[in-house]
Design a protein around this ligand. Structure first.
Ligand code: CTP
Ligand code: K
Ligand code: MG
Length: 181
């Protein structure tokens, strides 16, 4: 596959994992997942991880996966690149996995003494990628191995931090997010 094909496939395949965290920012609020509980003298996760954000974020990612599956044949013809469709377990793995990765990162942030909203460079940009890839590999291993070939995987690892920085600075500039990370 040519470079353009690899890059387009990488972004396409990761879209259901990119959307959940951004939707959670818009939909978040209400009861925190950790119920306000602490581990030692710090919150388990903090007020930034809510049931509502997680449910709406996951649902948005799954919905996008279904939509992409619908338009995959037409888009593939248009671009001359064979784009994958998403079995339901693949969509769920990518979307919920992205949320899980972000939740796991908050757990680590609290354990390392970082308050809600504090930056953790590196972790902030890759937590959801690791969560999404690990989850989709567990839920849909055959699909994952077929789509995330070594070049596509490399493109994901290079492009995602860049896309993450751009989206979050954008959301901050628009006043949607409290911090630009
Ligand atoms: N959000 C949510 N539920 C999630 C993830 C995010 O409700 N599972 C919402 C919260 O309103 C959160 C906002 O999206 O404040 C921004 O997400 P994020 O930057 O991940 O959370 P932070 O508030 O920065 O908290 P943390 O330090 O734990 O990452
Ligand atoms: K985060
Ligand atoms: Mg944050």
């Amino acid at each position: 596959m040519e470079l353009v094909g690899v890059v387009v496939t990488a972004v396409w395949a990761m879209l259901p994992a990119y959307v959940p965290n951004n939707v959670a920012v818009l939909a978040g609020g209400g009861k925190p997942i950790d119920g306000g509980q602490k581990l030692g003298d710090r919150r388990i996760l903090g007020d930034g991880k809510t049931h509502r954000g997680t449910v709406f974020g996951t649902a948005a990612g799954v919905a996008l996966a279904l939509l992409l599956s619908e338009i995959a044949p037409t888009t593939s013809d248009l671009l001359g690149i064979q784009l994958p469709t998403f079995p339901i377990l693949a969509g769920l793995g990518l979307a919920f996995g992205a949320m899980l990765g972000d939740i796991g990162a908050s757990f680590l942030k609290r354990r390392t003494g970082r308050e809600r909203g504090a930056a953790f460079p590196g972790l902030d940009q890759l937590d959801f990628v690791v969560g999404a890839l690990a989850s989709v590999w567990v839920l849909a291993p055959g699909w994952t191995e077929g789509v995330f070939t070594p070049p596509v995987l490399l493109a994901v690892l290079v492009l995602t931090p860049l896309l993450h920085v751009v989206t979050n600075v954008g959301a901050y500039a628009l006043g949607l997010k409290d911090e630009p990370w």
